[in-house]
Design a protein around this ligand. Structure first.
Ligand code: IPD
Ligand code: CA
Ligand code: CA
Length: 265
């Protein structure tokens, strides 16, 4: 039995309320996406718009209204340190490429760290009206339905999510796909790593691997997967590491060994 972390309940409820509110704002932008000016970041595939920035601003403001001493890291505006022991780690829109190109695979991803552990994970996919919510000791749910992973699912009888960006070489990505297929697995990539991690928690995917992602991409999904009975490769969050990239792997129990081998972890 996990002892209750002080202050967890209010933040868990707040994270869910904010995810829905932020998701509604993002959905409004999505529905008029032809009016958005699309900018690029690291390369032509790495896109962003005012929707990402405004949604992050909203989430920051909502957290600060209630928990002004909490730290906050968002993809668009970076890290503001706090001193409460809690840090919110937010991707306002994960799956910006699907978002700007008119595909529904994007989400709002909100994690909360307590003493460097992801203790809250909330992912909301507005186009599907799906709210994934998990917190330490409270389990994980999808629209209120409890999520429990099936240990009989492996990379061979289920599908694995993968992702990649230009932090890794084409050869590395080719090898990871080759190794997964050679081991009898198959893959899907929908353009939102955070959403695919939520799909692992929901049992839709048996695992998710991406060689280099950031804390805002993975921590909410990690909490969800753990609470559903799965496993994740820890993401380094101490000090400066919180804003740097690292390999991301989360799995159902029956896929852990195979995917650790494929990921070389
Ligand atoms: C990206 C998505 C994508 C993953 C990239 C991420 P963004 O996040 O999660 O699926 O492959 O590594 O950067 O840019 O849509 O927030
Ligand atoms: Ca992201
Ligand atoms: Ca993003």
């Amino acid at each position: 039995m996990t002892s209750q972390i002080s202050g967890l309940d209010t933040r868990f409820a707040l994270a869910q309320a904010i995810a829905r509110e932020a998701g509604a704002v993002a959905l409004d932008y999505y529905n008029r996406r032809e009016t958005l000016v699309i900018e690029t970041k690291r390369d032509l595939q790495d896109v962003v718009s005012i929707a990402d920035r405004e949604v992050e601003n909203l989430i920051r403001a909502r957290v600060a209204e209630v928990h002004s001493n909490d730290g906050f890291l968002g993809e668009e505006y970076g890290l503001a340190m706090g001193d409460s022991g809690y840090t919110w780690v937010v991707d306002p829109i994960d799956g910006t490429s699907p978002f700007v190109n008119g595909m529904p695979n994007w989400c709002v991803s909100i994690a909360v760290l307590h003493n460097n552990e992801p203790v809250i994970g909330v992912i909301y996919a507005p186009c599907h009206d799906e709210l994934y919510a998990g917190a330490t000791g409270k389990g994980a749910t999808l629209n209120g339905r409890v999520l429990t992973l099936d240990p009989s699912r492996t990379i061979r009888n289920a599908v694995t999510g993968i992702g990649a960006n230009n932090y890794v070489t084409p050869a590395f990505v080719g090898k990871m796909v080759e190794d997964l297929l050679a081991a009898g697995g198959n893959f899907i990539r929908n353009g939102s790593g955070a959403l695919m991690l939520a799909y692992v928690a929901a049992g839709r995917l048996v695992g998710y691997y991406e060689p280099y992602m950031h804390a805002w991409d993975c921590l909410a999904g990690y909490c969800l997967v753990k609470e559903a009975g799965g496993w994740y490769h820890p993401f380094p969050v101490e000090g400066e590491q919180l804003t740097k990239g690292s390999p991301v792997l989360a799995t159902a129990p029956g896929a852990r060994e195979d995917l650790m081998k494929i990921a070389g972890l």
